[in-house]
Design a protein around this ligand. Sequence first.
Ligand code: NAI
Length: 397
Amino acid sequence: MKIEPVINGVVARTAHPAGCEQAIKNQIEIVSRSKPISDGPKRVLILGGSSGFGLAARIALTFGGANADTIAVSFERGPSEKGVGSAGWYNNIYFKQQAQTKGATAVNIIGDAFSDSVRQQVLDAIETQFNGQVDLIIYSLATGVRPKPDSDELWRSSIKPIGESLTGASIRLEDDVWQETELPAASEQEIIDTQKVMGGEDWQSWIDLLINKDAIAPNCQSIAFSYIGPECTHPIYHQGTLGRAKVDLHQTSHAINLKLAPFKGGAYACVCKALVTKASVFIPTFAPYVLALYKTMKAQGLHETCIEQMQRLFNSKLYPHPIVDGERLIRMDDWELKHSVQQNVSALLPQLTADNFSQLGDYHGFKTEFLQLNGFAIDGVDYQQDYTLEQLQALRP
Ligand code: NAI
């Protein structure tokens, strides 16, 4: 079979193995010619390491100067009669192949990061591969659900405004259609549940577990990713349910920071730039802002994708010493929030409509990045190649 892109709404149903391999190589190439990370960590645990920021962090830390060994946890689907599997599945496979070529350890643990069995697999891997301790823990899970401990029930997140309803446009990647959307305000329960899923509680429980198991190395750091954004995005993000969860994440970073202090370590929330990822395309009414932002940042020579954000985080903002703002946040959104960028975005954004968004905004860049996340639209890849299920299943993460 040939593998073609299949998109339902904003969800990719297929992924291209050779494209994912090439995407990993391209990212390695980017970090290899960037300013190297100095005094970086050697043993890194990444929760959510198969795509987006987590994968980019893994590539940057192994190939961008720190030569780190990594253990990455992810929730991905392998090939079966039902489909070819998810991009993250192939990213895990090809990252590991590249890391091994360089002589670096790369362990892939695939399963639910909230489960006891995955926690135990991580502890075992730290014991056997890392001599019992980690130097950096990256919390980069993006999910819509979290199981309630010791129960069959789930907390489910809702991406909604708080207080008032909101109207805006979302873009269906499946057929490039701009859709006016109305979002009701979240209920109190939805606010609480979203915080349970995307706030800091689970991050803290991982750190508690690692402290209890003596797995924290001297100077160990931990980071998690957040978003704040300019005022025009606040109703759907910063002042909405997701923003509430991120405030909780920021507060948790202070609590974890105290817990890591006896190890001379620290914990930080890193506020990143708005980018196209598997998770972010789910945020309703957010796409028009991203189109205006991409158009502007590319024109001003400031555009970064996940890989450039992560390399800059590690080579300039976390190592050799963390650089934080007045609220102890690491600001990777500094270029996004530049006056020149936001001035242009606020002029462009109100002009975007269903008829002109692909000309006035950078819809081409947005869609191409989305396809590339899934291994499509990548130069140098033979998309005519035939695969059999057996061939795909022989690739092991
Ligand atoms: P992503 O969807 O690309 O990656 C999420 C990762 O979490 C994947 O590796 C996935 O396999 C893993 N995962 C999800 N559920 C899991 C589970 N139950 N068990 C194990 N692994 C699981 O998402 P992205 O965008 O990289 O998000 C990572 C973090 O960055 C999130 O906290 C997000 O809010 C934050 N962020 C994202 C921004 C964006 O524009 N994409 C901007 C600023 C922050």
